[in-house]
Design a binder for this molecule. Sequence first.
Ligand code: MRU
Length: 361
Amino acid sequence: MKVKLEGKVEHFRTVWMENDIVKMIDQPKLPHKFEILTLKNYKETAEAIRNMNVRGAGAIGVTAGFAIAQAALEAPYDTTESLQKYVQEAADFVKATRPTAQNLFYAVEKVLNKVKSHPTIMGAKFSAKRLAQTLADEDANACKKIGEYGEPLLKDGCNLLTHCNAGWLAFTDYGSALSPVYIAKEKGKKIFVYSDETRPRLQGANLTAWELGQNGIEHRIIADNASGWLMQLGKVDIIIVGADRIAANGDTANKIGTYEKAVIAKENNIPFYIAAPTSTFDLKCENGKGIPIEERDEKEVLYIQGYSDTTKGVETVRISPKESHALNYAFDVTPAKYITGIITEKGIVKPDKESIEKLLQ
Ligand code: MRU
């Protein structure tokens, strides 16, 4: 996607690998600063996933693939067995960073298997690196396709609501939920977006709003609890959100708060779509009950971070009594019955077992 930086427009991917070093847009700094993080080895790259320097299932997956490629490249051993052992340990380390986004496990397994299947050390290193790059390219291409399949759902002049960030920052490029918006814009349609702020980490207020602004899409940030009222007023024509993991029956895990949007959408007859590449499906999970839901540090709820117009810097402040504790589930599961369709790079699929199986054949 194109980013305007001090008057110049530059094309960026969210994460990429250059000379065996992983580089990524440092997302917690947005929208106040645009900075690139440089990660020299697989442990640094894995920590960037854990610390949410990179966010969103697709971008996390691509980063995880690069991390395993880095592990293969840096492995100091001289037999294929010792190389495989080192990369297996790296895979376990990367898989332990965040539990919910299926794309992470998808990418780790793919690159790890490539290393294990190669008979020579140099061949294993080279093919791990090449596969990680292919996964990044596939992610970008899939997102563009999602945009092309989703765009006809958006009428010129329509109002779309989204939750969290499922734009290009959450993938390598284009994004999932916002990809139809970007393609519609390229075709000359005018789309208005309501972006839920998305407590506690504010991906909607920080990231979605920033990238919509960068792309000249008219939008308003709304408090998370405002969307039901807007739906009741008839101000929302369609909802599209991303997904972190989709079970075999179509139940979908996404950022906490998604479930309630879907229920209210149904109550108000508003179409509710999930947009995700097929790498987000996990057929091993029969239904949403099998999806592991990440619980994060209570500090994310008890404190808030933002730019101070007074000190001209980013500050973190406590917003709750010192004695209070918080509960911080990062994701929830929307049952398939509330989902109108799932927009993928292979077309729009009904959220049921049979249709999903057919799609993934
Ligand atoms: O916890 P995050 O910031 O990684 O979560 C991001 C989301 O939940 C997105 O909505 C999601 O990944 C779907 S789009 C990739």
